[in-house]
Design a protein around this ligand. Structure first.
Ligand code: SF4
Length: 460
């Protein structure tokens, strides 16, 4: 598996060793962000949709117990087996026991960040079950023995030439071939065989509807339908926050999801599942794994609104320039940085700092999560409850004092000016992270001097 870094800084440093990669990664994600903007602005009711979605989520989360029970009752009445898992270990056990009962050896799995979160693949592999990820991006990272670096575009960190090499090694494609159409066709042939031989299909869930007991899975490749319709057993794994009360709410979320994720008006396949086909079994595993705890944290419960569109990643200047693998949690980017501290504050203490707090993530979020405010609140908790970088604590205290005193602030400006005009070693040394990879402009005057001069001019 790809390296799990101890801190975001460590991972970002590694990613930044290849400036070309940083540039095209940044550009590729910004392109998706721009597509999202065009698509969102093409419908006048966009802001209204965001507001409705945010309110539906707030309502569902406040009545989660009621809707979960309603969902279970309706799903069971439809002939679906419903299971409850309090944590990742229980989730993996449940899935394994279903597979064991059916003597399953080959599983096809569609994209599911929940199963990543629970570490399902290695758990099943250790028990002699082959799990093939069938989303193209996920299959690429699986063959490369890596984690997804993005929740919608799992292999966005890889160039087509790298995918070509990988496919040559594993799928026997021509050496040096990197044409995306050629590679996609090879992947399709390879996956078709896996679909036809699968004993079971595992999928994620995008939305589950309490009033019907049904659920929806969105894909652009149709791999969910191939897996679930061919295999005799279908297991859908779902975080309990994915529930919405009524079918009429689905339209709101489906419109927001596709536009926010890739700029499409609608995802190519929005597959609805209600009951097992004749002679087949349909299971749904409802997973908590820390969600109830997060629900109890007033400042952070809104993070459970997330519909995993990835828009906050595409817009984040830090994510785009540090790559998804630099984060210490399964879900990277701004949303990962507010979900992970609730799981393990110490382990993920660097993530709330992987942000400029520019607020762009909150602006694009289709379900109006106040991401940058939560990042700021997690920072305060990290400082209070962990031993996070003492040097940062001292530095921040000093910065607070300087910014609270105009005379000290102006003095600091003057001192900074002297340093910036001084010998290069003042700024560009190993002790100053800002001097690494950055050529700072040489200042002509302090802001205070500039302001005083221009203030007088304007008064004339
Ligand atoms: S936090 Fe918002 S923008 Fe980010 S993935 Fe979730 S829904 Fe999308």
């Amino acid at each position: 598996m790809s390296t799990q870094y101890k801190t975001h800084q460590e991972g970002a440093k590694e990613f930044n060793k290849n400036p070309d990669r940083v540039t095209w990664h940044d550009k590729a994600l910004w392109f998706v962000r721009e597509k999202r903007d065009i698509s969102a602005h093409s419908i006048p009711e966009w802001e209204e949709l965001r507001e409705i979605a945010s309110q539906v989520k707030a309502h569902s989360l406040s009545h989660l117990n009621k809707y979960l029970e309603q969902f279970e009752e309706n799903a069971k009445a439809n002939g679906v087996h419903v299971h409850w898992a309090k944590d990742a270990a229980e989730h993996n056990q449940i899935v394994h026991s279903i597979l064991e009962k059916h003597k399953v050896k080959n599983v096809v799995k569609s994209k599911s960040m929940l199963t990543e979160e629970c570490g399902l693949n290695p758990f099943l592999n250790d028990r002699g079950i082959e799990v093939v990820d069938t989303d193209l991006g996920e299959r690429i990272v699986q063959l490369a023995n890596e984690h997804p670096s993005h929740i919608v575009l799992p292999a966005i960190h890889k160039k087509k030439e790298e995918v070509g090499e990988l496919f040559h090694e594993h799928l026997n494609t021509e050496k040096g071939a990197s044409d995306p159409t050629y590679l996609t066709r090879a992947a399709r042939t390879h996956l078709r065989e896996k679909f036809l031989n699968a004993d079971a299909a595992i999928t994620g869930v995008n939305f589950a509807v309490a009033e019907t007991g049904g659920f929806v899975v969105c894909t652009n490749e149709g791999n969910v339908d191939m897996g679930a319709n061919l295999a005799p057993v279908h297991i859908a794994c779902m975080g309990i926050e994915k529930l919405i009360p009524k079918v009429e709410h689905l339209g709101v979320f489906l419109r927001l999801l596709a536009r926010s994720a890739t700029g499409q008006a609608i995802t190519t396949y929005s597959s609805h599942f209600h009951r097992p086909a004749e002679g087949k079994e349909l299971h749904i595993v409802l997973v908590d794994n820390g969600r109830t705890e997060q629900l109890g944290r007033e400042d952070f419960r809104k993070s459970l609104n997330c519909i995993r569109c990835g828009a906050c990643m595409n817009t984040c200047p830090i994510y785009r320039r540090s790559g998804g693998h630099s984060y210490t949690y399964t879900i990277p980017g701004p949303i990962g940085a507010i979900l992970s501290p609730g799981k393990d504050l110490k382990k993920h203490s660097s993530l709330p700092f992987a942000s400029t707090l520019c607020g762009s993530c909150s602006d694009v979020c289709p379900v109006k999560i106040d991401i940058h405010t939560q990042l700021y609140k997690w920072r305060q908790l990290v400082m209070k409850e962990t031993n996070y970088e003492k040097s940062k604590q001292v530095g921040m205290k000093f910065a607070g004092k300087a910014m609270g005193s105009p005379s000290l602030f102006n003095l600091m400006g003057k001192v900074g000016n002297i340093f910036l005009k001084g010998p290069r070693a003042f700024i560009y040394n190993g002790l100053n992270a800002w001097g690494i990879d950055r050529e700072l402009p040489v200042p002509t005057e302090t802001f205070d001097d500039w302001f005083k001069k221009n203030e007088k001019k304007n008064d004339k």
